[in-house]
Write a protein that binds this ligand. Structure first.
Ligand SMILES: Nc1ncnc2c1ncn2[C@@H]1O[C@H](COP(=O)(O)OP(=O)(O)OP(=O)(O)O)[C@@H](O)[C@H]1O
Length: 691
């Protein structure tokens, strides 16, 4: 059967086409499947007027034309553009539509346009004359995926800015490989990143020429999709427009989705690189391949926000598969397991915990405090509770990463205090959040709660050791099942605790780990700024190694983040309010703007300008377009969300933004998280330096 593959750009602009034209497209697809040469399709050659002789036109109503690329080998046709007659043909006239015979990627490019873009770019001449691309041999560049005809243009590139100019003109995977090479990756590494292939398992490309489309439906492809008929098209364009993440995955994401593993696997990547998207697609893929429909899949997250978003996205992705996937956040998961396995208590509220600590401190037998009360409470939360430490001996040997030094003597002194606190919890049938996770793990390990066939967990950088052990138990990681556990996370975004290597919890991902490097959320300018907040720090890969952002990039560019100095909170509130007002005048909806952290002064300043506000409260969903109002929320609250514009206020001398070098890593990571929630615009207020 012949196929018609559609290009992402056609789907992206589909909603702008006249209704009559939109209606005809499914008919066109169906006719193609039956007989692509059917005269009723009206496919006609345009040899004389087109540079690429494979270009065909197909008539659509109201004088519109579809640009279809006919194969020289195979029976896969490509619908690459739809527009009014003159515009459609002008678009296609000088373009080439080819499969690259080294990488197998389908590429659209215009040699003249690319060369001219480079010549016209006003970029200062670099002082150093040995930019990496200039020294590469033609053959090397070809293996990197550069079409033969574009090699001369690529060899002209003398700086990062010039390479960036080409980002709009080079085929995307080819541009990505070049960025990787310039950043210092080897050719194999850069190709593996861009194409989602491994050198070991790579299928050799065996195409016979640029018009051989016979393998396009089988190879990972970031811009083309097979559309099988009206229903598929409708499903893709649910709500009238395309949500690209549902259909077009980066080849690395595709690899993650379909990767069959005999043990746990991990997905890493900086903020916005599509980890959650890959994880959701993988959950759906696994749900579709369950052997027994009674088997269950768990997808869990650290924050409540994210689990709410994932739940609704999974239903959009595949409502039938979503029925097999239980989505819940860690807190809820622990509660459910505890209560289903017979526990009758409650998780203590923060106020109740404070009351219990007060009771401990009031106990006259507690006299020797090896550190301050506040530090001891923190020690309990971050070390004792999070690691499930249940004996003094265990405590003496626990690794306390990121905590103040404590010798054996101090630990022995502290232990009775923690025991006293635990006794009070028990007396009232209360558990801490970590305590509930600990109980839940026991319930699973003792067979009081059934494990899942597959477990997927997001935001694992913030999981405690106990939480990691819980998901390991729930997925039976060491029982020899295929694809037991897939975890996703990012060490740059760890904001709740020190790192806990997966390995410590018996989750072994060596050789089964993938890093995503293409940022789909934030502009390149915002990505670079956010990255600068963490400059000089060492970020882990969730396990025992370090992560690197070499070769990372965003898929789009935008205005530079604005950094403004404000003398005090009053000035800060004024600056933020006038910035938000300007954005709204420029067409931003109020709910697309978020200000963090929440400060009453900022709210008052906005309201004085007549701008509605909406506070994002803990555990409550962001209602989106239904509820106008500039969003106000803490940096922790906005994790897992994204906005077109973010303003970060920080008119406080000790704020991390005022002095990165002095700030704690967790605080810097929190600022990184806040900055990377912004898609297009970022305003950062810092304190005016003291005289
Ligand atoms: N293949 C894709 N095509 C288009 N958009 C994508 C794709 N993958 C992800 N995105 C978009 O990029 C944004 C970030 O994706 P996602 O939330 O999955 O990233 P993440 O790595 O989990 O981010 P973070 O760690 O910052 O929460 C989302 O708006 C998502 O829709």
């Amino acid at each position: 059967m012949a196929h018609l593959m559609m290009h992402a750009q056609v789907l992206k602009h589909f909603h702008k086409l006249p209704k009559k034209v939109q209606k005809k497209v499914p008919e066109l697809i169906e006719k193609f499947q039956i007989n692509p040469w059917d005269t009723a399709i009206g496919l006609h050659g345009l040899k004389e007027s087109m540079l690429d002789h494979k270009v065909r036109g197909a008539d659509l109503p109201d004088g519109y034309r579809a640009i279809v690329i006919a194969p020289e080998q195979g029976d896969t046709f490509l619908l690459v553009h739809i527009d009014s007659h003159d515009r459609a043909y002008a678009w296609a006239k000088n373009k080439r539509f080819e499969v690259h015979s080294s990488t197998g990627a389908f590429q659209i490019f215009d040699v003249q346009e690319t060369t001219e873009a480079l010549q016209d770019a006003v970029i200062p001449t670099p002082t150093v004359d040995d930019y990496p691309l200039q020294n590469l041999a033609n053959d090397y560049l070809f293996h990197a995926g550069v079409p033969h005809l574009l090699i001369p243009a690529v060899r002209q590139v003398k700086s990062d800015q010039e390479l960036e100019v080409l980002s709009e003109y080079l085929p995307p995977e080819c541009y990505e490989v070049l960025v990787g090479l310039v950043a210092g990756l080897s050719l194999d590494e850069a190709l593996a990143q861009a194409l989602g292939t491994d050198v070991e398992d790579e299928q050799p490309v065996t195409i016979v020429g640029p018009g051989d489309f016979s393998q396009l439906t089988q190879r990972p492809n970031r811009d083309l999709v097979v559309v099988e008929g009206e229903e598929t098209l409708k499903a893709m364009l649910e709500g009238g427009s395309l949500e690209e993440w549902r259909i077009f995955l980066h080849p690395q994401q595709r690899k993650i989705v379909e990767w069959q593993t005999n043990g746990s696997m991990s997905i890493t990547g900086a903020a916005g690189t599509g980890k959650t998207v890959a994880l959701m697609h993988r959950a759906v893929y696994l749900a579709k391949h369950l052997n027994n429909p009674k088997e269950r899949i768990l997808l869990t997250t650290f924050t409540t926000n994210l689990s709410v978003t994932i739940k609704s996205y999974l239903r959009r992705l595949d409502p039938i598969a979503a029925e097999h996937i239980e989505v819940t956040n860690l807190n809820q998961l622990a509660r459910t397991i505890c209560s289903r396995s017979g526990w009758k208590g409650r998780i203590a509220s923060p106020e109740e915990l404070n009351d219990l600590w007060d009771e401990v401190w009031a106990d006259p037998s507690i006299v020797n405090l090896p550190m301050s009360k506040a530090e001891l409470q923190k020690e309990f939360e971050l070390v004792i509770d999070a690691n499930g430490v249940d004996s003094e001996e265990g405590y003496l040997t626990t690794v306390r990463t990121g905590r103040p030094r404590m010798g054996r003597k101090e630990r022995r002194e502290a232990w009775p205090i923690f025991q006293a606190f635990r006794r009070l919890l028990l007396k009232q049938n209360l558990l801490t959040f970590e305590g509930a996770i600990h109980q839940a793990r026991f319930a699973v390990e003792q067979g009081n709660f059934p494990p899942f066939r597959h477990v997927l967990a997001d935001e694992v950088q913030d999981f405690s050791l106990e939480a990691l052990k819980l998901i390991a138990a729930l997925s039976q990681v060491n029982q020899g099942f295929s694809d037991p556990l897939c975890v996703a996370g990012d060490g740059h975004q760890r904001i709740y605790r020190g790192k806990v290597p997966l390995n410590l919890a018996g989750i072994y991902v060596k050789g089964r780990s993938r890093q995503l490097k293409v940022n789909y959320r934030t502009s390149e300018q915002i990505r670079l700024f956010a990255q600068s907040i963490l400059e000089g720090t060492v970020i882990d890969d969730l396990d025992l190694g370090q992560t690197t952002i070499v070769g990372d990039r965003s898929v789009f560019t935008g205005p530079k983040p604005e950094i403004v100095q404000c003398a005090d909170e009053k000035e800060e509130a004024k600056r933020i309010a006038s910035w938000a007002k300007e954005l709204i005048q420029d067409g931003f909806a109020s709910y697309e703007i978020c200000l963090t952290p929440y400060k009453p002064a900022i709210r008052t300043a906005l309201e004085a300008e007549g701008i509605p506000t909406f506070e994002l409260k803990p555990r409550e969903e962001d209602p989106g377009p239904e509820e106008p109002g500039v969003r106000l929320g803490t940096m922790k609250r906005i994790k897992g969300l994204e906005f077109r514009a973010i303003a970060m206020g920080c008119s406080n001398e000790s704020d991390a933004m005022n002095n990165f070098a002095k700030a704690e890593l967790l605080e810097r990571c929190e600022r990184y998280v806040a900055a990377t929630r912004a898609r297009e615009r970022l305003l950062v207020c810092i304190l005016l330096p003291l005289p």
